[in-house]
Ligand binder design. Structure first.
Ligand code: GLA
Length: 672
């Protein structure tokens, strides 16, 4: 399907805003809200995200009075509206009349209403009720001068990505027929010869519902692809209505954030007029700050490098992790400006005013329960002032000569029921590799398998478990043409059908890497491995032989003692490195530093007195370049730079001082 022509989101400078849920408050509070939004510099607010039961209290009966009022007030105050279609959560009357729209878990039990997003992505009843609402909203506000952007639904697939009901089963079968054409092709792709699983009729095929043994991995993989496509179809249907009734750009908020794995945003991104992402720090990770940078780089990657919008993040604690941490002093600024450094042209929060009721009453907001006499509010106002001064940065693009290949399909395929070690996770490999690059201060573009690599000097391919021959060839050809790549374990293990590449693991990478892996030998989660160069590693080892590669380090102990752990192979004019284990962070960093040095890759500017906690990114615009320095440490550092510092307005000649915890953004002189 060809995507409609992309519309451009335009804004005066960097957008600053929030989700706003005025339906939780009375009109006197709205007045205060809008006055305080002015004080904070808020100029873009997302409204009507969960508006359905208010706009359509009974089937077919619409009441727009309150939304008219809110949009009017915001417009009068000069605040632009990011207008939700309102379809994120169906009203109670709809699920009562049509309980068949409720999603079903893989054990066949329905999920009840009473939370949110209680709808099956394949339900035609839900789809038609939702589109009727979108049509009504778009007719009413399609030309309203306050509307700057359309916000389709909300975090599509956050809770309902995988539905196993009969309606989903029928839709899955239709999707499979389109994909495979014949049952023979499907049986071959899923390897149904195994365990007597061969299908003789399309109607025999079900979603991968709970089984008493492990499930067919090919079915599991295709069900993920199908489920991602079903939600994309929901987006497409809503956007299709909006496109006819309004000329404004359209998007939906992605969830490029740790642990959300169900949607292949590479296939969605081309249909967004502007990429929008929601990001929340995940304190269950060992390095939440590095994950933030990764998510921002991936958001930019989804837009092929174009500026994107941070649609939601938090001023402090969320309410959905086991332990919810507030932010430290200055962290709202550091987190927000890291997103801007990495290409965001909008910084928005969930939400404006902290709720006093409902599931999210303990979720932070721009205006906390404590009111304006609070550190959070003061930092929000300070941030608003800085964002205002950064207007000229909007539209500029991040510079990077390192790419990291990321794949949702590999994520799904890695996490199928049966694998060499249950402790093996795709995201862990991604975070470990990205963490090493991040700690070295290198700027990374996150790209899809098969993406053009010609702009890069170094490409990192962490655990790319599922790979098509053509995708691997893009990487190996690029190496042969003079590139340097680091491929890590479990890459190149299966093809697009989850069928093992035989002849030695790493399959289509094998020749370029100059190694042949005979067996995987994962180790217990608490086991530690030592390499011949003294490096420490964990999780994984393998029994491999170097064919043409040079062995840089081998396993000194563990089940693969004596086998290569780090190898380097000359391939054409380039170098192909392979890492057969998960190095501990300091050793991973040292290896990547070595490889980066050989590839001629450096941070965007030189840091003096740094610990590992300084991020440096350059955005380049038509008239100037902007060097962002985020000092996450407590000690001051100095960075080589010349120009004008935009946070303080002070000229910089030679070096800029960046106090502990501070952010500095230098408009560089033309020569830089
Ligand atoms: C998501 C949702 C919001 C809110 C936040 C809380 O991003 O889109 O509605 O629930 O999470 O972190």
């Amino acid at each position: 399907m060809t995507s409609p022509a992309r519309r451009t989101f335009t804004h005066d400078g960097i957008a600053f805003g929030c989700d706003y849920n005025p339906e939780q408050w009375t009109p006197d509070v709205w007045d205060e809200d809008i006055a305080l939004m002015g004080e904070a510099g808020v100029d873009l607010v997302a409204i009507n995200i969960f508006g359905w039961s208010h706009l359509e209290p009974r089937e077919g009966e619409f009441d727009f009075a309150r939304l008219d009022d809110i949009i009017g007030r915001l417009h009068t105050a000069g605040i632009r509206v990011n207008l939700g279609t309102g379809t994120a959560s169906p009203p109670a009357w709809l699920t009562r009349q049509h309980p068949e729209i409720l999603p079903m878990a893989d054990d066949g039990t329905r999920r009840y209403p009473g939370g949110r997003q209680a709808w099956c992505p394949s339900s035609p009843v839900f789809r038609s009720a939702a589109l009727r609402l979108v049509d009504a909203v778009a007719r009413r506000y399609g030309d309203h001068p306050a509307v700057a952007l359309w916000h389709v639904s909300n975090e599509l697939g956050c809770h309902n990505a995988l539905c196993y009901c009969d309606e989903s089963a029928a839709a899955f079968r239709r999707w499979l027929r389109t994909k495979y054409g014949t049952l023979d092709a499907l049986n071959a792709a899923w390897g149904t010869a195994f365990w007597s699983q061969t299908y003789g009729e399309w109607d025999e095929i079900l979603p991968p519902r709970a089984t008493i043994s492990t499930r067919n991995p090919g079915q599991f993989l295709d069900f993920h692809r199908f489920s991602s496509d079903e939600l994309l179809a929901t987006y497409r249907a809503e956007a299709g209505v909006l496109r006819v009734l309004s000329t404004q750009p359209i998007t939906t908020n992605f969830m490029v954030t740790a642990h959300i794995e169900n949607l292949d945003y590479w296939s969605w991104a081309g249909e967004m007029d502007v990429i929008a992402n929601d990001h929340y720090l995940d304190h269950r990770l060992s390095d939440p700050t590095a994950e933030l940078a990764f998510a921002a780089d991936l958001s930019r990657g989804l837009g092929q490098g174009a500026p994107w919008i941070l649609m939601e993040h938090s001023t402090g604690a969320v309410n959905w992790q086991p332990l919810n941490h507030p932010k430290s002093a200055g962290q709202i600024l550091r987190n927000s400006l890291t997103h801007v450094a990495r290409g965001a042209d909008g910084v928005c929060f969930f939400q404006w005013r902290a709720s006093v009721q409902g599931s999210e009453k303990f979720h932070s907001a721009m205006l906390p329960h404590a009111g304006t006499d609070s550190a959070v509010w003061r930092e929000v106002v300070e941030l608003g002032g800085i964002v205002d001064r950064l207007g000229e940065v909007a539209g500029s693009r991040v510079e990077s000569d390192v790419a990291l290949v990321f794949s949702w399909e590999s994520w799904w395929a890695t996490q199928t029921d049966s694998r060499p070690s249950q402790a093996l996770g795709y995201l862990d490999q991604i975070h470990a590799a990205y963490g090493a690059l991040h700690a070295l201060g290198l700027t990374v573009d996150v790209v899809a398998p098969g993406a053009d690599l010609s702009a890069y000097r170094l490409v990192v391919v962490p655990g790319l478990h599922l790979v098509r021959a053509a995708e691997a060839a893009v990487i190996t050809d690029w190496i042969a043409a003079g590139g340097t790549a680091l491929v890590t374990f479990y890459s190149g293990t299966v093809d697009q059908d989850d069928r093992v590449w035989t002849g030695g693991y790493t399959g289509p990478f094998r020749d370029a890497l100059g190694i042949r892996i005979e067996e995987f030998a994962p180790v217990a989660v608490d086991a530690s491995l030592t390499l011949s160069d003294g490096s420490r590693a964990r999780l994984w080892s393998e029994r491999a032989h170097a064919t043409t590669a040079e062995v840089a380090a081998s396993f000194a102990d563990g089940p693969s003692a004596g086998h290569p752990a780090v190898t380097r192979n000359a391939w054409g004019d380039g170098e192909a490195w392979y890492l057969a284990t998960l190095l501990e962070p300091a050793d991973y960093r040292a290896l990547v530093a070595d490889i980066a040095e050989r590839a001629g890759v450096r941070p965007a500017a030189r840091v003096h007195g740094a610990d590992a906690a300084v991020e440096i990114v350059r955005r380049r615009g038509a008239d100037a370049a902007y060097l962002f320095v985020v000092n996450h440490g407590d000690s001051p550092v100095e960075v080589d730079a010349a120009g004008v510092e935009l946070v303080t307005g002070v000229p910089v000649a030679g070096r800029v001082a960046v106090p502990g915890g501070a952010v500095r953004i230098i408009r560089e002189e033309a020569a830089a």
